[in-house]
Design a protein around this ligand. Structure first.
Ligand code: ADP
Ligand code: TZD
Ligand code: MG
Length: 560
């Protein structure tokens, strides 16, 4: 660093010192030069079309690498565009730091009216795990250290870092050694071991169980605990159900996976072990479990325990440490799932597999969801290193059941907040961080939220194949307004050619109407490793209201 350094230089040096080198953002006043300087200093800066996509890319990076992803936005509107994604990352427990340029405090605090002026710092607080504002250049190193530790320790999440324009440009006092202001974080997410009593209690519950079940949540993926989880499951033979972003921790075709016997396992299990999975809406707050089932919960956040149901045996600690204590204890207690229970689940699984196979292979015209998903399922099976990103309602829900995942953290989707418009940002972050191919399965509505990121994908030459399930609507596309001639609230353009967007930016474009055409286009685009959009025409009459969660709609008694 030169003798007198700016806040911008100190920020960059602090990030680099902590091995944070990729930044996803959108520039403008007051961060354009900052982004240039990042790039010139050896960091990689990736420019997006909207801030939520940039923050989503950074969040995907956090999920995949375990280090906080970095996003950069301009003030007020850019900040607000990014805030949904920051909120979502926080809900998802993905570590990410959103850095936004902001106005000078003396203008904001007296509400004097600034270009893109907003009290960002105070607004951000309720949408993230922690928010920090840096008022002096000498605090830049401290701010980055605090942001990193907040993002990754305990339950990971989103952190907001507010950079007023005057701090970015401020010069460090020449009497302060710049290097002395920087901090390299050492062990930012320290182990948290469960107590011996907690482990004993969990073993006791498992010992008394006749029909134990494990629900694997994305907390286990975030913790990179695949080896520990596998050891536990293969030791005890306890059947498990993966939540969507826990798919692939163990391959979905593992003999202990009972995803295809979900209802039976919920209704019959007498002990359920939640492994990094909250009892939130995704698990119907535990209401569908056998009401006598005893619950065990592994979570790094003690506050999660008893949040919806009484937890008989809480195991509070980080996932790896918990299994390091629990697995030897269950080995010693010789805990094994009973063969009767496994046989009952296997019978149900076989029955449901047969039904699924029929759905996937029964020809129908126009093309349906299952017919369109079959070639994608095959492609991922043949190429298990491929990452799958998905969003939509029916597209997401049916796809989650159909497409098997074979490797940890190889599926990213709408997540805990159910947000549309995450797909392309996640796909871009994933392709950049892993260097691997990504298939992005998008409902036509979902794609509309962030579709312009196809320009980003093409500009960066990323190997992302987007398949748009075009059924002409939010949920479906066949509805008419019975009282007039305006399109119905759920209607979109079923004849729209989403593939043409790829063509506009030099990507590959396909329009397909049958599973065979989709298979051919998908494999061609995938093999080419180039940006591609496949417009997959799906029967507009198909698609249930709200996919698999239509029960959450208030009942207003209208016909549709
Ligand atoms: P899913 O949606 O897959 O059911 P959730 O997002 O609801 O999963 O739950 C993830 C849980 O995992 C959160 O409660 C979070 O606190 C927990 N978690 C995150 N990281 C770890 C970790 N390293 N060790 C243990 N628990 C973790
Ligand atoms: N806005 C945002 C940001 N997130 C949302 N989840 C919604 C609106 C509401 N919504 C859903 O919950 S799913 C969905 C919307 C708009 C799109 C469903 O249509 P699709 O998928 O075309 O993506 P299918 O296959 O037609 O069901
Ligand atoms: Mg649709």
């Amino acid at each position: 660093m030169s003798e007198q350094v700016t806040g911008a230089e100190l920020l960059i040096e602090a990030l680099k010192k902590n091995d944070l080198k990729n930044v996803y953002g959108v520039v403008g006043i007051p961060v354009t030069d900052l982004a240039r300087m990042m790039q010139r200093s050896g960091m990689r800066y990736f420019g997006f079309r909207r801030e939520d996509s940039a923050v989503n890319a950074a969040a995907a990076s956090g999920f995949l690498t375990g280090k906080p992803g970095l996003a950069l936005t301009v003030s007020a509107p850019g900040f607000l565009n990014g805030l949904v994604a920051l909120g979502e990352a926080t809900k998802n427990c993905f570590p990410v730091i959103m850095i936004s340029g902001s106005s000078e405090r003396h203008i904001i605090d007296l509400n004097r009216g600034d270009y893109e002026g907003l009290d960002q710092y105070n607004i951000a607080k309720s949408f993230c795990k922690a928010a920090y504002r840096v008022d002096r250049p000498e605090d830049m190193g401290l701010a980055v250290a605090r942001a990193i530790r907040s993002a990754v320790s305990g339950r990971p999440g989103g952190v907001y870092l507010d950079l007023p324009a005057d701090t970015i440009g401020a010069l460090l006092d020449e009497n302060i050694d710049p290097e002395s202001t920087l901090i390299k974080e050492d062990d930012p997410a320290p182990q948290q071991r469960p107590s011996v009593e907690a482990v004993d209690k969990a073993v006791e519950v498992l010992k008394n169980a006749k029909k134990p079940l494990i629900i694997l949540g994305k907390g286990a993926s975030i913790a990179h605990a695949e080896n520990e989880v596998r050891d536990f499951i293969e030791t005890t033979k306890i059947p498990y159900l993966p939540m969507s972003m826990a798919k692939g921790l163990l391959p979905d075709d593992h003999e202990s996976c009972v995803a295809a016997a979900r209802s039976l396992s919920f209704s019959d299990a007498d002990a359920i072990m939640l492994v990094g999975a909250r009892l939130n809406w995704m698990l119907s707050h535990g209401e569908k479990f056998n009401s006598d089932a005893k619950l065990i919960q592994i979570d790094v956040d003690a506050n999660e325990i008893d949040s919806n149901k009484k937890i008989a045996a809480p195991l509070v600690g980080d996932m790896k440490s918990v299994f390091n204590e629990l697995t030897p204890a269950v080995k010693k207690a010789e805990i094994k799932a009973s063969q009767d229970w496994l046989d009952a689940l296997k019978a149900k699984k076989d029955e449901n597999f047969a039904k699924m196979q029929k759905r996937l292979t029964t020809p129908r015209s126009p093309m349906g969801y299952y017919g369109a998903l079959a070639p994608i399922k095959e492609l991922i099976k043949k190429n298990p290193d491929t990452y799958l990103v998905s969003e939509g309602a029916n597209t997401l829900d049916i796809g989650r059941n159909v497409i098997d995942i074979f490797k940890p953290r190889h599926r990213l989707d709408t997540g805990t907040w159910g947000v549309m418009g995450v797909g392309l940002g996640y796909a871009i972050g994933t392709a950049i961080e892993t260097g691997k191919k990504v298939v992005c399965v998008e409902g036509d509505s979902a794609f509309g939220f962030d579709g312009m990121e196809i320009e980003t994908i093409c500009r960066l030459h990323l190997p992302i194949t987007i398949v748009v399930f075009n059924n002409g609507g939010i949920y479906n596309g066949a509805e008419k307004d019975p009282a007039g001639s305006d399109p119905a609230p759920i209607t979109l353009d079923a004849k729209g050619r989403y593939d043409k967007l790829a063509e506009a930016f030099g990507g590959l474009a396909y329009n397909v109407t049958t599973p065979e055409e989709l298979d051919k286009a998908l494999n061609e685009a995938f093999d080419a490793g180039k940006p591609a959009i496949i417009n997959a025409v799906i029967d507009p009459a198909l698609g249930k209201e709200s996919g698999h969660i239509g029960n959450l709609n208030p009942k207003l008694g209208i016909k549709h």
